[in-house]
Design a binder for this molecule. Structure first.
Ligand code: ARG
Length: 287
């Protein structure tokens, strides 16, 4: 006989309300290839991407979060991945500078959005910086990926602009070209504890793997299969976790840790190398 699971009150998960910025995939397509997921010869359904995006937006609204939107622009098929266009901490905005020329124009549309929406502390980076694609705020440290997109020099620039401590992480697998496809935050740090995170160790160099084990000994480690469906491109509000539906082992792990998983379909968006997190920039306004 198996005994019923005992809920440890210490692991009761508390959601906090978030404010997100999203961009509808009206002009979504895979017209060029800047990561191994993108194959311009493979058919993509824009209507399917729109349905996936709308379901994601509705999930956030149902969970009580606020979703702001920015107008999509023709000729910018990757603009749906709003996470790449800004890092906002305590109301300070560090904009983006894309590595690929095909995406370069996105950065200024977002800069204008921030200006039009009352943000006054906006800095556009000098170094290549793909924002929340590679910069993950944990509540006390800014984890910063490099290896494929964001320049390591952007890490020091982020520390200076945002005034938070930055920890550099080395990505080594081209399928996991951004930090946000290899790691995400489940629960932010508190004054007495580090964040609770999930990640796929093999996406990182040996030294970074040791560093992550040292900083986050209780992290959830994802399987190769769950990483390969972009399962780590997930979003958590501290309790609810929105993740690609194929990440079944991770879903089980999340349940066991007291989280509530919300699986979503990303069949079309994944053809561009993106998932729920890529479509979601968090607006961490001044409190
Ligand atoms: N096709 C896009 C690119 O390669 C996907 C970006 C996904 N965004 C993210 N935050 N990982 O730039």
């Amino acid at each position: 006989m198996t005994s019923a699971p005992v809920r440890n009150p210490a692991t009761t998960r508390l959601a906090t309300t978030r404010r997100y910025l999203m961009c509808a995939p009206t002009h979504f397509a895979v017209e060029y290839s800047i990561n191994p997921w993108m194959d311009p010869t493979r058919p993509v359904s824009t209507a399917g991407a729109i349905a996936e995006w709308e379901a994601l937006r509705q999930t956030y609204l149902r969970l009580g979060h606020t979703v702001e939107t920015i107008d999509p622009q023709p000729g910018l098929p990757d603009m749906v991945f709003s996470a790449n266009s800004g890092t906002v901490i305590d109301g300070v905005v560090l904009g983006a500078r894309f590595r690929a020329p095909q995406r370069a124009a996105e950065a200024d549309f977002f800069r204008t959005w921030f200006l039009d929406h009352g943000y006054r502390d906006i800095v556009m980076p000098e170094k290549i910086n793909e924002a929340e694609g590679d910069l993950t705020w944990t509540g006390d440290l800014l984890l910063a990926g490099t290896g494929f997109r964001t320049d390591p020099g952007a890490h020091a620039e982020a520390q200076e602009v945002l005034g938070v401590p930055v920890v550099s992480l080395q990505l080594v697998d081209p399928r996991y070209y951004h930090l946000d496809v290899a790691l995400f935050v489940l629960t932010e740090a508190t004054p007495t504890s580090r964040a609770h995170i999930a990640y796929y160790p093999e996406a990182f160099s040996p030294g970074t793997q040791r560093l992550l084990r040292r900083l986050y000994p209780d992290a959830i480690l994802a399987t190769a299969e769950d990483a390969a469906c972009l399962g780590l491109n997930a979003i958590s509000d501290g309790r609810n976790v929105i993740l690609p539906k194929e990440a079944t082992t991770l879903t089980t792990q999340l349940h066991a840790h007291g989280y509530t998983p919300h699986p979503v379909n990303i069949t079309e968006l994944r053809k561009s190398g993106g998932g729920p997190k890529c479509c979601t920039m968090e607006l961490r306004d001044r409190t």
